[in-house]
Design a protein around this ligand. Structure first.
Ligand code: NDP
Ligand code: X2W
Length: 344
């Protein structure tokens, strides 16, 4: 098979560098170009010496140079609002996987309200497939444009989906998530400065985080009911990882064993999902660096507590994006993705 030719828009950012880490070891891929506005014409080695002796690529400026060499697929690892402005550069023969939120909503009005910007490519919203391979495998395989989900929604939608789909839980869901600081990207901000974060722990975006409507729209569509999510994210003083604790009310009596069997029925053949037996819970250290999502659960009377863990940059972003690319090109979704963790 000829290698898949890849372009990475935003190759100098955290998810862009994670894409490079993964794709460099992918046996069926060749990275043809990477872009950065601030480092245009600088080499990857100069920007990030970890690449010395490994790859000789030079950043180009997408805004100034326009469409670079032809590729089969482009990853848009760009800020919200920027991704959609670059979509038109790529013809219909090029597959696009967008890591931003620009194509995640079916409803344009919700996107514009949540992000406070006018959508530049509203027609593409209908075409885009929400990129959770464990749920939308068939649609992703046919897609030209995939909207890679947000990191927090990935950690919530995968564990909650089987329970909602089978009508086992109520519509009101409480999500308490904690994320490492790389979730905020590489651009310096006071709130993510080392001294602000290290040795501390805080909630942010309480009751108004933009991932709440993303989870609600998607879970409502999947379940055919109006789902309400109360979402509180927190900033952990670590670089990578998300741990989400999800509280659900059971609609009827179900045993823990039956819930375990349900998860197995949905995810047994989904390699990147690991469901733990009742009472065993995930930890960041067992997933960080890998593309796994780990799920644990416990029933307390009528309440079901789910705990999930992912690496925000891998299963929460670039790993999932490569998993989507594999499906779009008809190859095994395991290929090229990291199973190894960064432990200790
Ligand atoms: N970090 C995470 O854990 C996750 C991030 N995401 C989403 O993925 C996307 C990328 O995130 P992340 O990698 O963290 O962000 P970063 O801030 O680390 O990187 C952003 C990238 O976009 C480039 N860029 C910025 N502005 C422009 C522009 N106007 N035109 C062209 N290129 C531009 C930057 O290049 P330059 O060198 O010029 O600055 C850089 O390469 C975002 O939409 C984010 O929300 C999704 C899931 C998880
Ligand atoms: C720690 C932190 O700041 N996290 C980011 C979420 C990153 C992400 O996955 O979301 P998007 O792709 O939707 O940007 C935040 O709360 O905005």
């Amino acid at each position: 098979m000829e290698r898949i030719k890849v372009g990475i828009a935003g190759g100098s950012g955290y998810t862009g560098l994670e894409l490079l880490r993964i794709l460099h070891s992918h046996p069926l891929v060749e990275v043809i170009w990477i872009s950065s506005e601030s480092f245009a014409e600088k080499s990857l080695e100069e920007y990030c010496p970890a690449w010395v002796k490994r790859a000789s690529l030079e950043f180009l400026s997408l805004s100034k140079q326009g469409v670079p060499s032809p590729v089969d697929v482009v990853f848009l690892a760009l800020p919200h609002g920027e991704s959609m402005s670059y979509l038109k550069l790529f013809g219909p023969e090029v597959k696009v996987i967008d890591l931003s939120a620009d194509f995640r909503f079916k409803n344009r009005e919700i996107y514009e309200k949540v992000y406070g910007i006018t959508h530049l490519e509203p027609l593409a919203l209908g075409e885009a497939v929400y990129g959770i391979p464990e749920i939308y495998r068939k649609e992703i395989a046919q897609a030209r444009l995939v909207a890679n989900p947000g990191c927090y929604p990935t950690s919530v939608i995968i564990p909650v989906y089987p329970l909602l789909k089978e009508g086992l839980v109520e519509e009101d869901i409480i999500v308490d998530s904690k994320s490492g600081v790389s979730g905020a990207g590489k651009k310096p901000q006071e709130s993510t400065h080392f001294c602000e974060v290290y040795g501390s722990f805080k909630a942010y975006g309480v009751g108004k985080h933009r991932h709440q409507p993303e989870m609600e729209e998607n879970l409502s569509e999947l379940s055919g009911r109006r789902i309400r999510v109360t979402f509180v994210p927190h900033l952990l003083p670590v670089k990578r990882g998300i741990l989400s604790t999800i509280y659900l009310k059971l609609r009827k009596e179900v045993s823990e064993q039956a819930i375990f069997e349900l998860f197995k029925a949905y995810y047994q053949d989904r390699f990147w999902v690991r469901v733990f037996p009742p009472g065993s819970f995930p930890e960041l250290k067992w997933v960080v660096g890998s593309n796994f999502i780990d799920i644990g659960f416990l029933k307390v009377d009528k309440q079901l507590i789910l705990i999930s863990a992912i690496d925000n940059l891998t299963k929460g972003a670039s790993g999932q994006a490569v998993q989507n690319m594999n499906l779009m090109f008809g190859i095994d979704e395991r290929i090229g993705l990291p199973e190894n963790i960064l432990y200790p």
